[in-house]
Design a binder for this molecule. Sequence first.
Ligand code: OXD
Ligand code: MN
Length: 594
Amino acid sequence: MVSKLAALERWVNDAAALTRPATIHWCDGSEAEYQSLIRQMLQTGDLVELNQQTHPGCYLHRSNPADVARVEHLTFVCHSQQQDSGPNNHWMAPAEAHAKIDALFDGCMAGRTMYVIPYCMGPIDSPLARCGVEITDSPYVVANMRIMTRMGAAAQERIEREGHFVKGLHSIGELDPERRFIMHFPEELTIKSYGSGYGGNALLGKKCHALRIASNQARDEGWMAEHMLIVGIENPAGKTHYVAAAFPSACGKTNLAMLIPPEGYRRDGWKVWTIGDDICWMRPGADGRLYAINPEAGFFGVAPGTSTSTNSNALKSISSNTIFTNVAVTADNQPWWEGLPGTPVTDWQGRPYDPANGPAAHPNSRFTVSAKQCPTWSDKAEDAQGVPLSAIMFGGRRPSLLPLVMEARDWTHGVLMGAAMGSETTAAATGAVGVLRRDSMAMKPFCGYHYGDYFAHWLSFDQPAAKLPKVFHVNWFRKGSDGKFLWPGFGDNLRVLEWMIGRVEGALGGLETPIGILPADGELRLDGTKVDPTRIDELLDVDVAAWQEELAAIGTYLDSFEPRLPERLRQEQQRVAAALVGGTERTRRAATAP
Ligand code: OXD
Ligand code: MN
């Protein structure tokens, strides 16, 4: 017997009977085990050694070129009732889904090793943490899970003590896109993933467990599982405010989580502490505040664009002990991607680099690294109780309309801001409305149940004794009439965070407008920026007519979640829409809008 927990032992035996591996290996999570997997993958060619002088402990994995991203169209959330999965998920009846994917699993591990990975999402002793076990035939998955989760003996002990765990069965199968499914069974706390070795499809602790399954656990148990970074902002007085922020994929969450303060702020003593860059689990504490943990132990970050100027903390983190996936390499065997100095000689597919073949590094190439290697990693990230949140931010890529920052007037308004968030797919520099994909709370690909119920769950935290964080919406991506970004972003985003903290502390008055509270004149600190102060008006402009259209579009979007849309959210949308009618005299900026 390898586990004291009969249910675990039984499930592993059942999986082995189905997949018929040559051997079974129970992972202990040790360094020796990790090193032996690395050696094995170097032999099989699953990994390539990178320059060990410049990048000690760094390796490169090249995926099958048809397996380089999450596959939303093959991802299913299988509640027994289709309505419970909502219009935001693909659905299949659980029995049909099991039958379909089990047919693929049948005998698929013949001749391979089956790895059993017990893991814990969150600090091992945290009441907020939750455990799972992933079964996989991919040593690459094991190595990545060791970096991304608390994996091994300690997690197994906790699972055996608690008696329950999320079950995840994974096989790379034939890596055939025609034989690929990522199935979730929230009512059984089970995930089955076949045919992909890519991060979000294969590292089951991440999107599958920590978001899709956990969002269900969170709803049942009174907490929240969100697609958010967590960052601590320490002011010169030594006070740290923690902020959680939801942005759709590829909107700069890792950069914001590791922000480098602008020169003047650094001199004044501002510091930024990283807690997490992708996922946040939070729940109300005894004092009514929301406490957050990062369930992950590492970063699975997008490599292209990561450079000294955009994110030197990430670059420092990945100079050793990192697994790179689908990056290019230089003549002296260093990892390379677009945005770095130097030139690649070999592209992500291992071919001699030829610009005619497209970028050298795959645009979704990744690094996997332990969070402990981040220079700004906070010791509070290991705190079992989590960190108290002062603010929640929502944001997307909105070339027009959305101001640089606005504050919700209360929690309900904040939930509406989160529900309405999205990213425009085309720039609308001349004022034409771009193509917008709504992505409520950045959870469209990850919310494991009906969005209408999810909004109701958000609203349910608004209790009399609650001391909820203030909610803000930001937009780093607004463009001016010349089609250029109005805001420099990156480190300068701290200026916006400073304004938020000023609002949280009650030090700044703000400017009330029908869409929310905006910075009043002079409240945003701009010394030392390249931003032309006259453009700040453009960044904070409220175009009332365009906002009326936006509110109507939000209304139509919310309609799609009927009959489960909470009435309170509908009323809030109507309240903002009504405030916009005749709102012109209430806002100075709106009154001057064209
Ligand atoms: C991610 C994503 O990999 O959101 O974090 O796609
Ligand atoms: Mn993400």
